[in-house]
Design a protein. Structure first.
Lengths: 544, 84
């Protein structure tokens, strides 16, 4: 790993990186609209993307570089338990099918750019909207930081970045360059840049997985051999630890954890601002539903990718940092030039989500903090300017985070982010289906979920960490080990329901709902909903 | 969470029940972990636990696609023949 620079791989990597940089800047001209200075244009690509662009954009957005590195790394470390990512992504799509078209419709009708916009419009509560916005920003920041960790892993294995003794500036220079480039084209092209780059990213990823899943097992003597070796390795590991810590199938004790992690993560995924941004940029309601039937192709890819974790064990890859297992496997197994292609796939895989996440976080700040609290009269052009600047700030913040703090801090926060973002679900998804929940009850439920989730996660120890050692803990009252986020979510919903009964009985003021039932099923082309929103509607929240 | 997304006209038709079942089935299958937490039978050397879940990616895709087609038909019928 530290045996010098892999020149061929690096050259291929730089070639692809340069190609997508050019694409990123040219993207500004792609499907350019007349009025560029609105958030609908910069932040949602003009809300004009059809089925295929949306497919690439969502795929590029949800299956991040960190996923590519972390999922096989989890398998490499623990075996079966790491495979929960597959049922997780299976369960996502029926959920999306059910609620996202409604969010699309109401957002199009009222010009909502973020989930907080919707929550404010539905419940007439700026406080609740602020809670959702802050949660979204907090959950997204460490996620962006982890994309950098993904790039770092690849650079490390290629021998760029040097050893521990290298001057910090030289060591981090490649990462700084990558990020400066990313920041520049996101600033100038907005959501169009990651949408265009996603084509390259996903193309490369599919190519690499297809080759890896055929080529590596042939070299390692087939799947029988791979799983036999992995089974042995896990048996040794369990013996050394004195208890089952890894295995080819989850033991009875791990099954609750497996199911709750899959379900909790599935519920959380489309609460993330970047998922919503990619969804709202689609052209019509139908595009979303059609996408739920083709997006599972990515789940299949993720499953195959996860199997690479076993291959890394069978190939005798030994790394202290599990994150390096897969890049190291590629370097050991592939010829240099193809290792370069694989590294480019991971590297570019980091750029797409990082761009979308920073845009999503910037939109939340602009719409739900800047415009709602700091400067109510902001024009669309001002909003766009603020959003562009904030997207830069968010990225600089993530960079500082990764460079100054230990990597585990980013991972801990990402784990917390998943728990946190799930707590916005009652307001968002509940609000899409019913107006029954009381806004104050939703705030209280959110607060309870946030506090419980944070405290519970703080209390989880692992062999290497005293706090935030994992995301599972005993479920109070059940005695099984389960995902903390889901437990917090259940508590959250209980509080919301009970308090709603109480508040309704006390006749607490419910807030004004600016939406009507028909808004939730409206489609492009219906009266009052235009395929592209006129700029005038965009500036006024809830303008009709 | 209700599986039926059209709150406007809450008529429960057989077709909508089928749509709901199509969307619900993956939850039952995937959350029932003890039904697939084992190594045998293997498929080309891959333990059951892994290939079974990968197979469910395909099954759930087919189910979602069925739900989508039925939903389109349902919407067309409601709009009185207008294109969906």
């Amino acid at each position: 790993m530290k045996d010098g620079v892999n020149g061929v791989a690096l050259a291929v990597f730089i070639f692809f990186f340069a190609a997508v940089t050019v694409m990123g800047f040219l993207a500004a001209r792609w499907r350019r609209a007349e009025n560029e200075a609105t958030l609908d244009e910069w932040g949602l690509g003009g809300r004009s993307f059809g089925t295929w662009v949306t497919w690439f954009l969502l795929g590029g957005d949800l299956y991040t570089a960190y996923t590519f590195v972390a999922v096989p790394a989890a398998i490499y470390a623990a075996g079966a338990a790491g495979f929960f990512a597959v049922p997780y992504t299976i369960l996502v799509y029926p959920l999306v099918f059910t609620f996202l078209p409604r969010l699309w419709s109401v957002s199009h009708k009222h010009g909502y750019v973020t989930t907080s916009d919707f929550v404010r419009g539905r419940f007439g509560s700026k406080g609740l909207s602020l809670a959702v916005a802050v949660t979204g920003i907090l959950a997204t920041m460490p996620y962006i930081a982890l994309q950098l960790v993904g790039i770092q892993a690849v650079l490390d294995v290629m021998g760029v970045g040097g050893g521990e003794t290298t001057h910090w500036f030289v060591k981090d220079l490649p990462l700084l360059i990558a990020f400066a480039v990313l920041a520049a084209y996101t600033y100038s092209s907005g959501l169009r840049a990651p949408a265009l780059i996603a084509f390259v990213k996903d193309g490369l990823i599919y190519l690499v997985i297809a080759v890896a899943i055929i080529y590596i097992p042939i070299k390692l003597g087939g799947f029988d051999e791979i799983f036999a070796k992995a089974g042995e390795a896990f048996a040794q590991k369990n013996e050394a630890a004195g208890k089952p810590v890894a295995g080819l199938a989850p033991g009875a004790a791990g099954q609750w954890g497996y199911a709750t992690l899959a379900l909790g993560s599935a519920l959380a995924l489309f609460m993330y601002p970047h998922s919503i941004t990619a969804t709202l940029s689609s052209r019509s309601r139908d595009v979303i539903r059609r996408n739920t039937t083709i997006l599972p192709l990515y789940s299949l890819m993720l499953g195959l990718l996860a199997l690479l974790g076993f291959m890394a064990i069978a190939a005798g890859i030994k790394v202290d940092n599990g994150q390096l297992a897969i890049p190291q496997l590629f370097e050991t197994m592939f010829p240099d030039w193809f290792a370069g292609v694989a590294f480019a796939a991971i590297g570019i895989g980091a750029l797409v989500p990082a761009a979308i996440m920073s845009i999503a976080a910037a939109n939340l700040f602009t719409r739900n903090i800047y415009k709602d609290f700091l400067r109510p009269g902001a024009t669309p052009a001002q909003e766009t300017r603020v959003s562009k600047l904030v997207s830069l700030l968010v990225k600089v913040g993530a960079l500082a985070f990764v460079l100054t703090m230990d990597k585990t801090v980013a991972i801990n926060f990402q784990l917390l982010g998943g728990i946190w973002i799930l707590q916005t679900m009652p307001a968002l998804v509940g609000g899409l289906f019913t107006r029954w929940f009381h806004r104050w009850a939703l705030i209280a439920g959110w607060a309870v979920g946030m506090v419980y989730g944070t405290v519970a996660a703080y209390g989880v120890a692992s062999p290497t960490q005293k706090h935030f050692g994992g995301s599972s803990k005993e479920i109070p009252g059940l005695g099984e080990i389960g995902y903390i986020g889901l437990t917090a979510f259940v508590l959250n919903v209980l509080v919301v329901v009970v308090l709603t009964f109480v508040l309704n009985a006390l006749k607490a003021p419910a807030g004004v709902d600016e939406t009507s039932p028909a808004d939730y099923t409206a489609d492009a082309g219906d009266p009052g909903v235009q395929a592209e929103l006129p700029p005038a509607t965009v500036g006024a929240p809830g303008g009709r | 969470m209700p599986e039926d997304t059209d709150a406007k006209r809450p008529t429960v038709t057989p077709m909508r029940v089928v749509i709901g079942l199509c969307l619900l089935a993956p939850f039952v299958a995937m959350l029932w972990v003890s039904s697939y937490a084992r190594v045998d039978p293997t498929f080309i050397g891959i333990p059951f636990f892994y290939w079974y879940q990968m197979l469910w990616v395909l099954i759930s895709t087919a189910l979602t696609m069925t739900a989508y087609k039925l939903w389109q038909r349902d919407q067309r019928a409601r709009k009185g023949g207008a294109s969906a």
